[in-house]
Design a protein around this ligand. Structure first.
Ligand code: BG6
Length: 503
């Protein structure tokens, strides 16, 4: 076998989020989170108006209805995959594959039901103790996101989530509580999941609830508000980094952004200029979290657009002191940019670009598949920051069919992952310092964007449908055996040669 490009001790594993796996939304003293109100995506029927609000969002009116009449709505994140009750069985499956790392998140409202209660909920704290102990028993390092798209509802309703500094203070206390309690058990932390999504989805990322203004998407535009929220989350994140270093000097703490690698549509310099504009809106997030200050390009853009960030005394010092130890990203696709003719650019405000790259295939959900883009993006990140990188998410959402023996021959998933892992290896050979790879959704889980169960990413099939029917039992897909081999060979054996396998 050839030599592995992956360093010894490379953290192979998978990634999840509390709001997509735990279920038990009203058990163990947990309070409501914003994610408990996401409804199942429904394609508009012919003639019906398209809904421009992301499906994991809710307006104030929708929230009121869903709260008053939950029986009328399908809210799958309340069910997850029942990890809360089945974590031993489910983690056991990952242990069997040889996972070295399990990325998960803590549900803030399990620890502080309202987000800002005077005393933490012991039952919630004990639940995560048990999960971390189980991870260690199975030889997996837990890598924990403090806030993955589930702001406590109380903070969202009463304070507008991170639009208020009250939520920043509450987050700092929550983070401190976690660092103290789990010192020695958790070595790797992340602050906010995909913090750059504040620009596209401040309900999901930041707990901002807005009334329905009749526009179809009341969250569109509103740059002043979104950049203020971003600032508040930068401060919250930096405060958490500082606390983490004080409380547990042995731990490492990183940020997490959704990596948006952009290509120019043509070699027209104007298209390349559009790439530059769009890149600035994205790099801005990791620039602040890694370098600790507002970059020149955003200061000038703020000035041109009359955006004034309200800072509290000491904020700039906090940002400087609270820079991250490592960077983490989700990587799913790349984007095409065409010049928009605007000298004063605006962020695109949408994640999925409508311009198609004719050289790339698309997933069933319309996401372009670009393994080489993975190598390119990793080089760009490393070149910019020279900090270690953890791959917090990468994977293929697909419908899976089980055969009569309950098996899933998910060759498409194996193919997707093999091609990405190959490019990851090349990036490491290029000299990029990557210390771990967590494929998204190793156990099928509820989709973040659409709340579907049928959009599956897993090596492990979870018997549940979009409506909560099914046994919720786990079985092994073909990719389960393939990934096990990948881990055992430290990324060398990527061949899809699994012939016979039990479910
Ligand atoms: C990332 C999120 O944006 O993409 C995850 O951090 C999410 O929570 C993943 O699940 C895949 O998106 P989706 O919508 O297919 O679940």
């Amino acid at each position: 076998m050839s030599e592995s490009p992956f360093p010894e001790g490379f953290l192979w594993g998978g990634a999840t989020a509390a709001n997509q796996i735990e279920g038990a939304y009203n058990e163990g003293g947990r309070g409501f989170a914003t994610s408990d109100f996401s409804v199942l995506f429904k394609k508009p029927k012919e003639g019906e108006p398209e809904n421009h609000l992301p499906h994991n969002c809710a307006t104030a009116q929708q929230l009121g209805e869903r709260r008053a009449h939950p029986e009328r709505f399908n809210m799958p994140k309340r069910r997850g995959i029942d990890f809360y009750h089945r974590y031993k069985e489910q983690l056991g499956m990952l242990g069997e594959m040889g996972f070295k790392v399990f990325r998960m998140s803590i549900s803030w409202s399990r620890i502080f039901p309202n987000g800002d209660d005077p005393v933490p909920n012991e039952e919630g704290l004990a639940f995560y103790d048990a999960v971390f102990d189980e991870c260690h028993r199975l030889g997996m390092e837990p890598l924990v996101t403090l806030c993955h798209f589930d702001t406590p509802l109380h903070l969202a309703e009463e304070y507008g989530g991170f639009a208020s500094r009250h939520t920043v203070d509450a987050f700092e206390r929550y983070a401190e509580t976690c660092f103290r309690r789990y010192k020695g058990k958790v070595k790797y932390w992340l602050t906010f999941n995909e913090i750059n999504n504040v620009l596209t989805n401040p309900y999901t990322c930041s707990g901002l609830i807005l009334p329905d203004d009749g526009s179809g998407n009341p969250y569109a535009g509103k740059w002043q508000l979104k950049y203020q929220i971003s600032h508040n989350q930068f401060v919250a994140s930096a405060k958490a980094v500082i606390k983490c270093h004080e409380i547990d000097p042995g731990a490492k703490i990183g940020n997490m952004t959704c990596r948006l690698e952009n290509y120019a549509e043509t070699s027209r310099p104007e298209d390349q200029l559009q790439v530059l504009f769009e890149d600035h809106f994205n790099w801005f997030y990791s620039d602040i979290q890694a370098k600790g200050e507002y970059p020149y390009y955003i200061r000038s853009w703020f000035k041109k657009n009359g955006i004034e960030i309200e800072m509290e005394p000491g904020d700039e010092e906090i940002l400087k002191k609270g820079t991250v130890d490592f960077l983490s990203i989700s990587y799913y696709m790349t984007y095409i940019m065409r010049y928009k003719g605007l000298e004063n650019p605006m962020p695109s405000g949408s994640l999925v670009t409508h311009l198609k790259n004719r050289y790339l295939e698309m997933s069933a959900w319309g996401w372009p598949i670009d393994p080489i883009g993975f190598r390119i993006t990793l080089n760009h990140i490393y070149d910019r920051y020279h900090l270690p990188i953890f791959i917090a998410e990468n994977g293929l959402g697909q419908r899976d069919e089980r055969d009569s023996k309950g098996r899933v021959a998910d060759d498409y998933r194996i193919d997707y992952l093999a091609r990405h892992i190959e490019q990851l290896g090349k990036a490491i050979e290029d000299g990029v310092d990557v210390f771990g790879y967590a494929s998204w959704g190793p156990l099928d889980e509820v989709s973040s964007g659409t709340s579907e169960m049928v959009k599956r990413y897993g090596f492990v099939y979870v018997d549940a449908d979009d409506y909560g029917n099914g046994t919720y039992d786990c079985s092994r897909k073909k990719s389960f055996y393939w990934y096990k081999k990948v881990i055992a060979s430290n990324g060398v054996d990527l061949a899809n040669d699994i012939v016979d396998y039990p479910a």
